[in-house]
Design a protein around this ligand. Sequence first.
Ligand code: PRP
Length: 209
Amino acid sequence: MKTMLNVALPKGRLGEKVYAMFERAGFECPSIKEQNRKLIFENPEAGVRYFWVKPSDVAIYVEHGAADIGVAGKDILLEYEPDVYELYDLDIGKCRMAVAAKRDFRYNPKKTLRVATKFSNITKNYYASQGRDIDIIHLNGSIEIAPILGLSDVIVDIVETGTTLKENDLEVFETIVPISARLIANKASFKFKSEAIERIMAGLEAEKK
Ligand code: PRP
């Protein structure tokens, strides 16, 4: 019997793109396209089993070995620093992590900067590298509201098209890091299922050309 490769896919638009790439790389699983609420799909002939998981949870499944490989945003990898191998940049899901504020915001070096974010670790590391003192206000979503209501001076968040910032009268002040989707692997799986993992990587690489 073929070795089964367990793959954690991020639920949503990005995950659908990723699945299409895997399909073209030879790891197809037609049942995944059926409209239902199932979360696990497998195709023993192709040696693959897919799970749809919350994008921010992909790295958890992979780190613990519940999935052999998965696709996670660089933002998640930088924020949670999971103990996994980062194998490959898929060059999709591109955006950037940025500092944004109201247009009239001016940085005052005498005051501790208040930063609202969902990405506390990235924020802490970024300002530490700049030698700037900050207070972090950890939020779970709708971060853009914080500077409008005076909860924070700036935000650290993902900017893709820039529409959300624009519609809330905010603008980017600094770019912290570019983000894209990465193929990650469990460390033991990378050793014991190397053939299948390498086949996927070769298929993904061929796609880019
Ligand atoms: C992200 C981010 C911004 C938005 C940026 O939110 O937090 O709100 O996308 O995209 P734009 O530059 O194209 O407008 P997401 O939709 O991922 O969900 P969230 O509210 O849970 O952060």
